[in-house]
Design a protein around this ligand. Structure first.
Ligand code: KG4
Ligand code: ZN
Length: 337
């Protein structure tokens, strides 16, 4: 069988990325240019700045991905790009770059949902097996997605307010760690103890939705109250208590969903999948309670935003000849499908 290669592009937020993926599961190249340093002094991603960086970077990053993969445009079978969800201005840069390459080289264009991409990052690690349950935890999303096959997505639970990563970043700001706070809080959480016992919202309720805004408020109130009273706060214990609460809820609900759905595989996906506490807790719980379950956790390099995951997800559409037209637009609120 001839090898099939996809050039994939991802620009939905603050990473400009291009990758060349072979047969949906092999990375020939995956170049990721992070803009974090430009956004850090604002304490979050500034959409205008993100777009500007993408414009400056995209052509160079695509060329670098092609060079590192050691392929020419004749070796490609399609060009894939993130259609959404994400920042509209940022998405548009990727979509237009992908259209230009597709048009110039007579290649089919494939649109990919960013969340689907995060899930398919796992295909680059190990073969995905269906039905599966995906726990998607990122800066913008916290979802439990049941997949009967590689083309069907059923959201069985989601956050009712903040996403897990968003909560991390917000409390990170309160503790004065650089944006995005998730990674820093994770490091601190391994050095303290759960002394604050923050609430675990809806942990025992009979559904798979999440809520992190109460936990976030509880954390912020604890810090403010202590400051007003001139009391000492133990930042390491605060971080540990916060992380323990987040991980406890995520793992408890995910394990319950796996049991109810009877899936073959559980896959972790999204930026927060890099969280050491979550990775450890999920691995331990699965070993204890579901030893026959296949658990896939992407390597750290594939947890955050990257184009390789977009290329992996696009392969399903290439197989089905499910192509986009030149009318493709960036869709900021694109639903997973
Ligand atoms: O998937 P991603 O790169 O972008 C979105 O699609 O949102 O996720 C970024 C999120 C940020 O909120 C960041 O703080 C969080 O992932 N994150 C972490 C860790 N590494 C990144 N959260 C907790 N622990 C980590 N180690
Ligand atoms: Zn993402």
């Amino acid at each position: 069988m001839k090898n099939k290669r996809i050039l994939a592009i991802e620009t939905s937020c603050d990473e400009t990325s291009a990758a060349v993926i072979e047969n949906g599961d092999t990375i020939l190249s995956n170049i990721v240019a992070s803009q974090i340093k430009s956004h850090q002094r604002f304490g979050g991603v500034v959409p205008e700045i993100a777009s500007r960086h993408h414009v400056e970077q995209i052509t160079l990053i695509i060329e670098e991905a092609m060079q590192e993969a050691n392929v020419t445009y004749d070796d490609l079978d399609a060009v894939a790009v993130t259609e959404g969800p994400g920042l509209v201005g940022a998405l548009l840069i990727g979509v237009n770059a992908a259209k230009a390459v597709a048009f110039a080289h007579g290649l089919p264009l494939i649109s990919v949902n960013h969340i689907t991409g995060h899930i398919f990052a796992n295909q680059l690690v190990n073969k995905m097996a269906f039905p599966l349950l995906a726990l998607v935890v990122s800066g913008g999303h916290t979802e439990l997605i049941y997949m009967e096959s590689e083309e069907t997505f059923e959201i069985i639970g989601e956050t009712r307010d903040d996403a897990a990563g968003e909560a991390y970043d917000k409390i990170g700001r309160v503790l004065g760690v650089p944006y995005p706070g998730g990674k820093h809080i994770d490091e601190m959480a391994h050095k303290g103890e759960d002394t604050y016992h923050f609430p675990r919202a809806m942990i025992n309720e009979d559904h798979y939705d999440f809520s992190f805004s109460g936990l976030k408020s509880s954390f912020i109130n604890t810090v403010h109250n202590a400051k007003q009273k001139g009391e000492d706060i133990n930042e390491l214990n605060l971080a540990t208590s916060f992380q323990t609460a987040v991980v406890d809820v995520l793992v408890t609900k995910t394990i319950r969903a796996v049991k109810e759905k009877g899936v073959k595989q559980l896959v972790l996906a999204g930026g927060v999948a890099a969280n050491k506490g979550l990775r450890e807790a999920l691995t331990t719980k699965v070993a204890e309670e579901l030893p026959d379950l296949d658990l896939l956790i992407p390597p750290l390099s594939l947890c955050g935003d990257n184009a390789a995951m977009i290329g992996a997800a696009a392969f399903v559409k290439l197989d089905n000849q499910d192509f986009a037209t030149m009318a493709l637009n960036g869709t900021p609120g694109l639903a997973v499908s």
